[in-house]
Ligand binder design. Structure first.
Ligand SMILES: Nc1ncnc2c1ncn2[C@@H]1O[C@H](COP(=O)(O)OP(=O)(O)O)[C@@H](O)[C@H]1O
Ligand SMILES: [Mg+2]
Length: 335
């Protein structure tokens, strides 16, 4: 696979999720195309947590939605347990989608404000599994609420507005687990929570993943949080993958993509924006996906950029053990 930018993919049959050449484009109001995601490939193994990190606007949520086919990607394939979702009928797609559950950033907005906790958690099952009897469903809702650290008796009849942000996210997790998914996609689910609640939630997710053998796609703008939970990390930049690495690489004296280095040095703000200490003011902002730079998309902000970077897009190559980096100017370490 050398030269295709897919050297980081595992054996096809091993993967729970395999995304290849994913492209998502939107039509902007001006009629121009928004190049939100421009040909990315990655996989997630059974029981593996893959983190996706990058600054706000780089396409993380678009990837999450495209994996769910909400909406269907512009091109590329999404294969879940060897089933290519792009080839499924609408009905079969709905069935496959249940095996993946997506949890969003805004805990209150993602729960129907007019439903009580017990109904919110049971909702999916009542839609999909009409035959399931009521007592069984109730006892499973109780069990799941307990497993996410909530007291069912206290919370049973509450509405979302009566819950804290952390409690809402716990309810969202219970609601997702109710469907017995194989893949859980968490999109910035900790970003609106206090740091102390964040670490409780990270522990909860790690435990749940281990107990249920789930695969996890964990999206965040915060490399520190992603590092805490992930087995592998994908660094995204303006709709492309800049680096894929085993999490251990972050603790090693090693090379990185220059963008990863910037992320490591920068200070994330709660909003998902970042302050890059090494960058002059005019390039603090991510370039527009309406008109991405030619060649390497990172070159306009990159301290290493050369003429080659303007002309030729670098592909992901294994440059150090467990590290695939798309950069013309990062030399390979002997592995
Ligand atoms: N429905 C849409 N229509 C037009 N542009 C969109 C739409 N959704 C996302 N975008 C644009 O795509 C880019 C990536 O967005 P997003 O995936 O939300 O980034 P992230 O989650 O990393 O912050 C942004 O420039 C965003 O404005
Ligand atoms: Mg997002």
């Amino acid at each position: 696979m050398a030269g295709t930018g897919k050297a980081h993919l595992k054996e096809k049959t091993d993967a729970r999720l395999r995304v290849e050449d994913l492209v998502v484009e939107f039509q902007a109001k001006s009629g121009q195309r928004v190049h939100a995601v421009s040909g990315i490939s990655f996989d997630i193994l059974p029981g593996e947590t893959v983190g996706i990190v990058g600054e706000s606007g780089c396409g993380k949520s678009t990837v999450a939605r495209a994996v769910m086919h909400l909406p269907q990607p512009t091109s590329g394939s999404v294969v879940l347990d060897n089933i290519d979702l792009t080839e499924l009928s609408a009905e079969k797609l709905r069935e496959s989608r249940v095996r993946m559950q997506l949890i969003f950033q805004d805990p209150i907005a993602s729960l129907n404000p007019r439903r009580r906790v017990k109904d919110l958690v049971a909702e999916g099952v009542s839609i999909w599994n009409r035959g399931d009897d009521k007592a069984r469903t109730e006892s499973r809702v109780r069990e799941l609420l307990e497993s996410v650290g909530l007291d069912p008796d206290t919370i049973w009849n509450r509405y979302p507005y009566e819950l804290s942000g952390g409690q809402c996210q716990r309810v969202s997790i219970a609601r997702a687990l109710m469907m017995r998914p194989e893949l859980l996609i968490c999109d910035e689910i900790l970003s609106s929570l206090d740091v102390s609640v964040q670490s409780q939630m990270l522990n909860l997710l790690k435990r749940t993943k281990r107990e249920l053998g789930l695969s996890l796609m964990f999206i965040s703008h915060d490399l520190g949080v992603v590092k805490n939970i992930s087995d592998r990390i994908i660094v995204m930049y303006l709709g492309k993958v800049a680096e894929v690495m085993d999490v251990e690489a972050l603790d090693r004296e090693t090379i990185h993509h220059p963008y990863t280095d910037l992320l490591l040095e920068s200070v994330p703000k709660v909003t998902g924006e970042r302050v890059f200490p090494g960058l002059p003011g005019e390039v603090q902002e991510l370039p527009s996906p309406l008109n991405p730079p030619s060649g390497c998309r990172f070159r306009t902000r990159c301290p290493l950029a050369t003429a080659l970077c303007v002309e030729e897009e670098p592909q992901l190559e294994e440059k150090a053990r467990g590290q695939f980096i798309a950069c013309h100017n990062v030399a390979s370490l002997s592995k």
